[in-house]
Ligand binder design. Structure first.
Ligand SMILES: Cc1cc2nc3c(=O)[nH]c(=O)nc-3n(C[C@H](O)[C@H](O)[C@H](O)COP(=O)(O)O)c2cc1C
Length: 379
């Protein structure tokens, strides 16, 4: 049986991923109005765990209702949201995967319609259907896109209270028995909008210099580490580059990654874009396969921190090569997991790490093995 890197376990603090495949956070807009998870989320996340992934992330769980991207976001702003998530983490772990909670505040991109309704700002039509718009909050009063609501600029005191919201959400994530927490600091949402010189035009403690722009991200990491158990890893998702003129650069990301590492962050999840677009670069267009991998490689090398590569990583051999070349330590898949929830199981077979389907869940393994035998007989 060939040794693969993709199916080698990875120890992070006190937990072990059974392999290096993570399912990337993906919002499904299926929660009820109170941000409570339900059976949809259980089957959505559960099938990735049964499908062999090492780590399964929830969608961005909202830390403050004003930072909801839509009325259907899942939340962790209230203790009432813990128990239904606990049911999901129990199932994920029963299938041998780790459960990851992404913590999220949409900031200036809040109060939008669901993805399949085009991410448009909520308006009077939505109000008539019981979903009135609200005014988002942001780093400044500038809109991300002309079609969005103009946010209200947060005062310095309000910004100073945000890390504690993330810390409280992390406390709830621990109560829901998540193994991993990730901070969503990418894609033009609240924390990213403080990092980027494109959007952060503030003066005062949370603006101006790069140090000021990075302050909120670093305070969030510190606050979470104050409540999130030492034995559990903390991930940070960055838009490693803005991809627009005079924007945040990969060099900025390296500096931030070093500072985050010193504050107890274990893994940088390397995404990009979103500061002046509805979604990340990967979701917005048709970039080349693995186009964000160089960001993971540079941050891994220059900041000396574990990285997760994401974005148009679709094939087993492509994923294996990324790890073999030392470009990243973990590979995250998003849309490929939607297309094939058994992506990890299939990848193990393709790479020869599971020739006899022994890592498949027992109810499926014997059937798939019989299918292999039938295929062999045809050939
Ligand atoms: C349906 C959908 C929902 C997403 N929701 C989130 C989210 O909640 N948080 C996040 O950080 N990224 C989100 N993303 C971005 C993905 O996590 C991932 O970075 C992106 O899809 C690129 O990876 P892929 O090419 O493997 O799909 C979402 C993407 C999709 C397709």
């Amino acid at each position: 049986m060939p040794e693969t890197k993709l199916f080698a376990p990875l120890e992070l603090r006190g937990v072990t991923m059974r392999n290096r495949v993570a399912v990337s956070p993906m919002q499904v807009y299926m929660a009820d109005r109170n941000g409570i998870a339900n059976d949809w989320h259980l089957q959505h996340l559960g099938k990735f765990a049964a499908g062999g992934a090492g780590l399964v992330f929830t969608e961005g769980l909202i830390v403050d209702p004003i930072g909801r991207s839509s009325y259907s976001d899942c939340g962790l702003w209230s203790d009432t949201q813990i128990a239904p998530l606990r049911r999901i983490t129990d199932f994920i772990r029963s299938q041998g995967a780790l459960a990851g909670a992404q913590l999220h505040h949409a900031g200036p991109k809040a109060a939008r319609r669901r993805a399949w309704d085009g991410f448009a700002a909520l308006d009077d039509d939505d109000a008539a259907k019981g979903e009135p718009p609200w005014q988002p909050v942001g780093v400044s009063e500038a809109r991300t896109l002309d079609k969005y609501h103009a946010p209200r600029a947060l005062s310095d005191a309000e910004v100073g209270a945000i890390p504690e919201m993330f810390a409280q959400a992390a406390r709830r994530a621990d109560a829901a028995d998540f193994d991993v927490v990730e901070v969503h600091a990418a894609h033009g949402y609240l924390i990213h909008s403080f990092l980027s010189p494109v959007s952060n035009t503030r003066s005062g403690p949370y603006g101006g210099s790069p140090k000021g722009r990075m302050r909120l991200a670093l305070e969030v990491a510190e606050a979470i580490r104050g409540t999130w158990p030492d034995r559990k890893p903390l991930f940070f998702r960055l838009s490693c580059v803005d991809g627009v003129e005079a924007g945040w650069t990969i060099e900025d990301s390296v500096v931030l990654a070093r500072d985050l590492r010193q504050r107890g962050v274990d893994v940088i999840d390397c995404s990009s874009g979103g500061i002046r677009s509805a979604t990340s670069t990967a979701s917005a267009g048709y970039p080349a396969p693995g186009f964000q991998v160089p960001f993971a490689a540079q941050i891994r090398r220059d900041a000396g921190i574990v990285t997760m590569a994401v974005g148009l990583i679709t094939g087993a051999r492509q994923a294996e090569d990324i790890l073999q070349q030392g470009d990243a330590d973990i590979v995250a898949i998003g849309r490929s997991a939607l297309e094939d929830p058994n992506w990890a199981l299939r990848a193990a077979h393709v790479l020869g790490a599971d020739a006899d389907r022994s890592i498949w869940p027992a109810p499926y393994a014997w059937g798939v093995r019989a299918l292999d035998a039938a295929r062999d007989a045809w050939e």
